[in-house]
Structure formats: structure tokens, C-alpha cells
Ligand binder design. Structure first.
Ligand SMILES: NC(=O)c1ccc[n+]([C@@H]2O[C@H](COP(=O)([O-])OP(=O)(O)OC[C@H]3O[C@@H](n4cnc5c(N)ncnc54)[C@H](O)[C@@H]3O)[C@@H](O)[C@H]2O)c1
Length: 411
């Protein structure tokens, strides 16, 4: 049976109410990447190891952690081993590369899932060194893959080849577009399905708080891909989740750049001028519009504008008689719904909703053939389409800039 692309929001169980993991066999997981997405940071709530520990309990066994930065790997393991989740990490070995692990792997160390949180420039391609998915399919046929977003920073065609290889191998694969698992988002899907709605427009706004974003590579387009590919991608993906396929040639966009009078930011936490080459500095604002293949219209504004901590993010979805407005999905998600026959707005708030946990829990349940309601909501191929869309926005905004003569054009 084809899998559904939505889940009943009423079946989503918050992490602290999730039933104790069933006792059972060890569940071997291989981790690739020892950074923030895998082990957490004060940048945000992401932390896959923490969610896996809660989903699998004492069954979780992290067989190996692969990261060329071995000191970082040793450091995160030391913290885990000093805590109550020690049993999951007691025997975890660290390696610089997947090949090193494979050369050293014992027969009983076959993973049931590989969790990939390495930087996207090392993934999503068939080029050596960037082909981790193809390597994993070759060495671990049939083993489920969890891959972080964005799926790559390289060529879309190559990423589609990887998607095809994953599909051909019928490998369970989930990509980390976790906002799809928010209860509010699933409520929106439910309203659309229950009322047979056809989406007419999506209107998205994502304004990040930049003061605490201190990683230099985030501010450098050649390293991160820029804010639409790296961060706005979550809202581009949600827009597609509701609006359907984007008519890529229709994408048009404008940006506000650092060299324009309105583009000055006063609180960047390092000396951008010294560290990021002018041609690689990120736009402060990007505003895009496009057509969906259905004829519906989409728009998205991303801005690097706020200070403080919290982001300001809103997604509106319109259909005949309906307005659904998702607010603050990161901190305090709320959904406001206006329906035909009334100007009143219903409000939905779900306390303790943790889309990162729901994403991880659904993946494990699908692998284990658990509750039939478990679904993977973001496939690799779908995520490549989001990637393609974000590049279309970046390219359209760059094509419409008026570059001053002293700033070279980046590749
Ligand atoms: N879904 C989300 O909300 C979310 C949040 C944060 C990060 N992410 C994504 O997760 C990915 C990683 O981000 P991060 O914040 O953890 O970065 P990070 O810089 O904190 O960590 C990346 C780690 O990968 C290691 N690494 C580098 N090359 C590697 C390779 N070839 N193989 C294995 N490991 C390698 C680095 O040494 C580092 O330890 C990115 O794609 C990012 O967009 C997603």
C-alpha cells in the first residue's frame, strides 16, 4: 500500500508521555557526525541522540561514531558515558571515516539504522567523498537511513541519482524536515484532507535572530549555501508540503545585500568584513514568489534581521473559505483557523509537542513495523525537490541584484 504523507495529529504522543520502550533486542545505530544536530547545543532544541535514547531506552546501542574530528567525538561520548544513558555508548568506537569503520567492523555490529548528521557538502552526490548515502547502500543493504537537511550542497541532478538509488534499493529513508511532524502542521493537513480543500496560496515568513549565530560558515554562502538553502529550507519545504510541486522556472526573487543602505547589521557577533569574502556574504533579506504546478501562488520572505534569541516565523495557507496560520513553530507553535461561514478564528495550541521526537519515533516505528500510523513524512527524493527549489530562489535573487563594481560575482 502506498504510504501516506500525513499522520493523525491526535496520535502524536509527546516525549514525556511516550510509553516505556518495549524490552527487546539491542537496536544498533551508526552515527555519522558528532556535531550539534546529533548531540545538541544551546543554539536550539535539536539533538538526535537525546530523542533516540528516549525512543529506544536501554535497547539503543550506538556501535560507532564517525567524525574526522576525533576529539569532538571523544568529548561527546565522555559526557554520555558519565550519564544514565551510559549503556548506549559504553562500547561506541570512533572513526574518522566510514571506510575505517567498515575495515574494523565485527559481524554482530550490523546497524539497523544509520543517522547521518554530517555537513551537507559531504552528502547527496555520486562524487567520491560526497557520496555517503551510496556508500551506506553498498555496505549496509536494507539498512534504514536518516539524513539531515539539506540533502546536499551540490548538483541537483546528482542528488536525484542518489534518490533513485535509495528508491531502487527500497531503503527506508527519512530526511530531517522535522517541522512536517509538528502537531499544528498535521492539524492543517487534516483540515485540508477532511474538507477536500485545494490550496490556493501559501505565504511564508521566516525572520531569524542573528545575534547568536556565531558559526562563520553560516555567514558564508560558499560554505553554508546561504540562508535560504540552510535555514529557509524548512519553510520552503513546508510551503511545498501544502502547495505541492513548484513550477521552478516561475520562481522570482529579490534580495537586500550587505552593501545596500538598508543592509547594515549592527550586531553580528564577529568581524564579518575580515572573515567572509565580500562576494560570499549572505543576503540580509530574500523575498520570493512562485507558481505551484496546480496554479496556486506561493511567496516567502526570509530575513536576517532580529537580535535576541527567538525567531519570528509564520506560514499561512489559503483555500476557498479557509485561512490557516501557523505561528512560531519553533518555540510556541499555534495554529489559527478561519473557516467558511464565520469570521471567527479557532486557535489550536499543543503543549509539549516535540517534532524532533515525533520524527525519530516515526522512523524507528517504521523500521520495526510498529504502529501502522507511523509514517515517514519526508523522503530523500522529496527533499531533493525542496533543495532544487531553494537553489531556484537563491539564483533568482542573485540574478536580480545590482552588484557594485568592486564586488566580484561568486560562482
Ligand atoms: N533539522 C534541524 O533543525 C537542524 C538543526 C541543526 C542542524 N541541522 C543540519 O545538520 C547538519 C549538521 O549540522 P550541525 O549543526 O550538527 O553542524 P556542526 O558543525 O555542529 O557539526 C558537524 C560535524 O560533522 C563533522 N564532519 C565533518 N565532515 C564530516 C564527514 N565527512 N563525515 C562525518 N562527520 C563530518 C564535523 O567535524 C562536526 O563535528 C547540517 O546539514 C544542518 O543543516 C539540522
Amino acid at each position: 500500500m502506498p504510504r501516506k504523507l500525513s499522520i493523525d495529529p491526535d496520535t502524536i504522543v509527546p516525549m514525556h508521555k511516550a510509553p516505556a520502550p518495549d524490552p527487546g533486542e539491542d537496536f544498533n545505530v551508526l552515527f555519522i557526525g558528532a556535531g550539534n544536530i546529533m548531540f545538541g547545543s544551546d543554539e536550539g532544541p535539536w539533538n538526535h541522540s537525546f530523542r533516540l535514547e528516549h525512543k529506544l531506552g536501554p535497547r539503543l546501542k550506538v556501535i560507532a561514531l564517525i567524525d574526522p574530528w576525533l576529539e569532538r567525538a571523544a568529548q561527546v561520548l565522555e559526557l554520555k558515558r558519565a550519564s544514565f544513558v551510559k549503556s548506549a555508548y559504553e562500547h561506541t568506537r570512533t572513526y574518522k571515516t566510514l571506510d575505517d569503520f567498515i575495515a574494523d567492523m565485527d559481524d554482530d555490529e550490523m546497524p539497523q539504522a544509520v543517522w547521518v548528521g554530517s555537513p551537507p557538502e559531504f552528502r547527496g552526490s555520486d562524487e567520491p567523498g560526497k557520496d555517503i548515502e551510496l556508500q551506506l547502500l553498498k555496505h549496509f543493504p536494507g539498512v534504514a537511513l536518516f539524513i539531515e537537511k539539506p540533502v546536499t550542497t551540490g548538483d541537483v541532478g546528482k542528488a536525484l541519482k542518489v534518490a533513485k538509488a535509495i528508491n531502487d534499493a527500497k531503503t527506508t529513508c527519512s530526511v530531517g524536515y522535522m517541522l512536517r511532524y509538528l502537531k499544528c502542521v498535521q492539524k492543517m493537513k487534516q483540515i485540508i484532507e477532511d474538507n477536500n480543500l485545494v490550496v490556493m496560496a501559501t505565504v511564508a515568513r521566516y525572520v531569524c535572530a542573528y545575534e547568536r549565530i556565531l558559526k562563520h560558515h553560516w555567514w558564508n554562502k560558499s560554505k553554508s549555501g546561504g540562508p535560504i538553502l540552510e535555514q529557509g529550507t524548512h519553510f520552503c519545504d513546508l510551503s511545498r508540503y501544502f502547495g505541492g510541486e513548484v513550477d521552478i522556472p516561475s520562481v522570482s526573487a529579490h534580495s537586500l545585500e550587505f552593501y545596500e543602505p538598508a543592509g547594515h547589521l549592527s550586531k553580528i557577533g564577529f568581524d564579518e568584513e575580515q572573515i567572509v569574502p565580500a562576494e560570499q556574504r549572505i543576503p540580509r533579506v530574500t523575498a520570493a514568489t512562485w507558481k505551484y504546478k496546480s496554479g496556486a501562488v506561493g511567496s516567502f520572505t526570509h530575513a536576517v534581521a532580529l537580535q535576541g534569541r527567538n525567531y519570528s516565523c509564520v506560514l499561512e495557507v489559503y483555500a476557498d473559505g479557509y485561512q490557516m496560520r501557523l505561528e512560531d513553530p519553533y518555540n510556541n507553535p499555534a495554529l489559527f483557523v478561519r473557516r467558511p461561514g464565520d469570521d471567527f478564528e479557532e486557535t489550536y495550541r499543543y503543549t509539549d509537542d516535540d517534532p524532533f521526537f515525533t520524527e525519530v519515533a516515526n522512523m524507528i516505528d517504521v523500521i520495526e513495523g510498529g504502529p501502522d500510523k507511523a509514517e515517514i513524512l519526508s523522503s530523500f527524493e522529496d527533499a531533493v525537490r525542496t533543495y532544487e527549489f531553494t537553489w531556484a530562489i537563491r539564483k533568482a535573487s542573485e540574478a536580480s541584484r545590482k552588484l557594485p563594481p568592486n564586488i566580484p560575482k561568486a560562482d
